[in-house]
Design a protein around this ligand. Sequence first.
Ligand code: S3P
Length: 423
Amino acid sequence: MGDWVASAAPVPLAGDITVPGDKSVSHRAVMLAALADGTSRIEGFLEGADTRATAAIFAAMGVRIESPAPGVRIVHGVGIDGLREPAAPLDCGNAGTGMRLLAGLLAGQRFDSTLVGDASLTRRPMRRVIEPLARMGAAIDSDDGHAPLRIRGGRHLHGIEYASPVASAQVKSAVLLAGLYAQGETVVREPQPTRDYTEAMLQAFGYAVDARPGVAALRGGGRLRAADVVVPADFSSAAFFIVAATLVPGSELVLRGVGLDARRTGLLRVLELMGARFEVAPTRDILVRSATLQGIEVPVDCVADMIDEFPILCVAAACARGRTVIRGAAELRVKESDRIATMAEGLRALGIVVEETPDGLAIEGGRLRGGEIDSRGDHRIAMAFAVAGQVAEGEVRIRDVENVGTSFPGFEELARATGFNLV
Ligand code: S3P
């Protein structure tokens, strides 16, 4: 298992960078292109372990996918009913998005399939998709709500109206993808609106979806038409650099072509309230300058729009003046690690006073000292503490950083190019 040692950046961070493609968009682009009639071209595809696993899964079901250059995929769609029975279990790796969306999509196939994942993914809750899919007529066996998921084919699905108890784009997407194969209408309502990439991308592939914030509906039995997709840079990856340039004094950093969907950029709203200085250009470039931050109560209505950004927000909060309070974020407990516990433990190791609650944390801003962090194999925890190291008074050693490649291949090199002290 690899480690990093992060130490105070010797110079302000500077540069003009493009982070890799959006993970959520890349997963969906491959899935829909595979099921479409015709050939689709995807540009900006994330070359991360999670999204490559999804592409490999479709290849294992008979979809020809060419990769003529890094970040490019040519997907020869097989049509909505053209997938073939895989010869072996389908390995989603570390990817919750891959497994949950595929559970929906595979529930409507004529053949049986099994979804497996790594140790972290095997710990994550799958009942949240199994339950609504079962209501649609799917048959999915699990290990007490966990992977492996054994999905029986040949079921006749019917549309349902589902009020999801959790604000989860993965749950919504799983139900909608099963809805493609269901008789009648499938409707999903969410407690808070979440990222709408599945709805938007289905529409881009020519499928009629009635989508409004918080509600999405479609009728089964249609077909998808091939489409070309240009994947924007992932805001969740950009977030580490936005906070790093905010915290390291004198920094000035430009991030190019970032996906700025409102359902993803809650962190910008929160950082603005904390006093961050950044400008967003119509070209989707973000210019960040360093600033002194003030602790705040994070508005609960921002939580769903920044669900993947809490590890790095916690680092920003640890460096802010005063107290930052996060509530309404219990979902963090079921991410790649329990991100409330992992961040509390890590920040305490660096001398920060943290109170952990069932659905959040209260963080007293202070001075970070050196220490040792266990990332628990969670990519975003590892990158968040790499940023913390840039402003810490001593060396920050971060354990178990391999999984950074699931979402952000090349993070280390890009970080060093902007001035990070990271080895
Ligand atoms: C994602 C949805 C979110 C997010 C994850 C990607 C997606 O998960 O945390 O990284 O692509 O739909 P939940 O749906 O579990 O909130």
